[in-house]
Design a protein around this ligand. Sequence first.
Ligand code: ADP
Ligand code: MG
Length: 369
Amino acid sequence: MLDVSKLSVRFGELKALDRVSFAVDPDKILAITGPSGAGKTTIFQLLSGLISPDSGQISLGHEDMTFLESKHRNIAYMFESYALYPHLTVFENIASPLKSPLYQDKYQNIKIEEAVKNVLSLTEMSDFEERFPSELSGGQKQRVALCRLLIQKPKLFLLDEPISHLDAKLRHKMRGEIRRRQIKTGVPTIWCTPDALEALSVGDTVLVIDQGTVQQIGTPSEIFLNPVNTTVAKLVGDPPMNIVEGYFKRSGSSTAFFSGSKVLNLNSNQKNNLKEMNLELGKKYLLGLRPTELAVCSVGSKKKAFVGKAYTIETFGKYSIVTVTFDEEFVKIKVTVNLPIKIGQEVGITISATKLTLFDRDTGSVLKH
Ligand code: ADP
Ligand code: MG
């Protein structure tokens, strides 16, 4: 098992990682997701020994390896930049780790050939084994780097954005195939990606990082259904949750949510739901609305929560994403039926959520029910 405790590192003034802790069991995949520059690759550089932390500890199988030399760590690392050997063919690149002293006893040439052919076939690269890296496209180079990783039997696997340059069909296939293989190896795997949905689909556990700080660690469904703050909520989802700023005000006998000059009409379920949360009237909050929990209706409909103007309409066949402007806020709605909406048209919007998500406006933290 890999155990990482309170790792911190600075690059000059920049706190690249601040007390990052996590653990990965053998036969499990930890997916790390966060925007570009969040600190994902820095974690890998520390784990592989390319750089040393300012503080914190890394142990693998109860052995402290925080300052162990890189070559003694036995880690398979797929670099974001591939790092292929330009003078070696695809086949030789992939076979290269098996020819290191680490594997000398375990592999004869015949086994190496079998292993290389196996990963080439998995990644649909069998026709390219004699080519040199300069004769490959970006996505093909990435698959060679992936093959070179998959072929190893290390103590830890590190995959830095391993499928980012593949076409959608292959990316889809690889997510499942790599996950299946990695779990069988019985070796902990860490998979980094800025694509939060990819992280949810490949990880047993997902770690969300932003600006060098861990935001949340949880199962894919915990991360998706219960984001702990607006940073996680804005990253996860397809599209992610809408966050609308507003405040609660008495309106007649009940309470309503005001965003700017507009009021969101909440149904009685939603209002009851909010009652449990001890909200302060007049104080600003952030209300999270999932695109799947919103729907478009006619402007005159009694069911509508508010009225907005269609800003963009993206049609994906089975569903469409309608972006609506509403008092200077943009709200995305995922609709499954093809509605004859035109850009600029006024539309009514209903909120079907039974459990509303509210965040503190200053800290961004989710408020507990
Ligand atoms: P990610 O992989 O999540 O995109 P990185 O871990 O590569 O992010 O980078 C995290 C932050 O650290 C970024 O702001 C990046 O510019 C900075 N950084 C990374 N490596 C160095 C370095 N060697 N020197 C200075 N700053 C660095
Ligand atoms: Mg990176």
